[in-house]
Design a protein around this ligand. Structure first.
Ligand code: FES
Ligand code: FES
Length: 223
């Protein structure tokens, strides 16, 4: 009878905290410690070799000048422009594709340079704000931004201007936007079209209406 009680307690009675910890430690050790044979068969992990960062050669034509670079394959186009070519006109705002401050024109199309790797654009032609114009010889879009006060702090402005230049090309090519009522008709040069197409470029100073005025003037239309 006493033996039966012991048997019942060992299988059904709740374990004490000490017993539970001891049992847990034993089972964890059993899982974690490999057998001697397994340990012998597995080679020790090799330390990361110095200089093992993968690199690639990339040729970029930036603002008309060809640059040949050896880059870490993880380098974004934005960091290539700013850190390797020292073209700091292109701004890093969010670095996550959300603000448009890093917009540049690649082979005629605008893109967020923080969201793309430089190695994906080998041989491409890139235009940054420095390539559009200079203080002495401003691009018409730059001049219009100045005339219409299309900025306050100016941080978003290089991206806004690159985007605006490409937007007018998109409209000229008849590429519709989400705001286009008829996808087969030529897009209108309306304020709604411009606001929609420029919606990826955030301006924390809120210069939006002046930006639309500037773009409209360059397009030669009314918004
Ligand atoms: S920095 Fe590229 S979208 Fe903001
Ligand atoms: S001008 Fe300041 S964020 Fe646009």
């Amino acid at each position: 009878m006493e033996q039966q009680d012991d048997k019942n307690r060992s299988c059904c009675a709740p374990m004490s905290r000490r017993e539970l910890l001891a049992a847990g430690a034993a089972s964890a050790t059993a899982v974690a410690v490999p057998s001697a044979a397994t340990a012998q068969a597995r080679p020790p992990a090799a330390p990361a070799a110095a200089g093992s960062i993968p690199t690639a050669r990339v040729a970029l034509k930036v603002n008309g000048k060809t640059h040949r670079l050896e880059l870490d394959t993880r380098t974004t186009l934005l960091d290539t422009l700013r850190e390797h070519l020292h073209l700091t006109g292109t701004k890093k705002g969010c670095d996550h594709g959300q603000c448009g401050a890093c917009t540049v024109i690649v082979d005629g199309r605008r893109l967020n340079s923080c969201l793309t790797l430089a190695v994906m654009h080998d041989g491409a032609s890139v235009t940054t704000i420095e390539g559009l114009g200079s203080t002495d010889r401003m691009h018409p879009m730059q001049a219009a931004f100045v005339k219409h006060d299309g900025y306050q702090c100016g941080y978003c402005t290089p991206g806004q201007i690159c985007s605006a230049v490409a937007v007018l090309d998109e409209i000229r090519l008849g590429i519709p936007s989400h705001a286009s009522a008829d996808l087969t008709a030529r897009p209108l040069l309306s304020a709604d079209e411009l606001r929609e197409r420029m919606s990826g470029n955030i301006c924390r100073c809120g210069a939006y209406s002046n930006i639309v005025d500037a773009i409209t003037e360059v397009a030669g239309g009314k918004a």
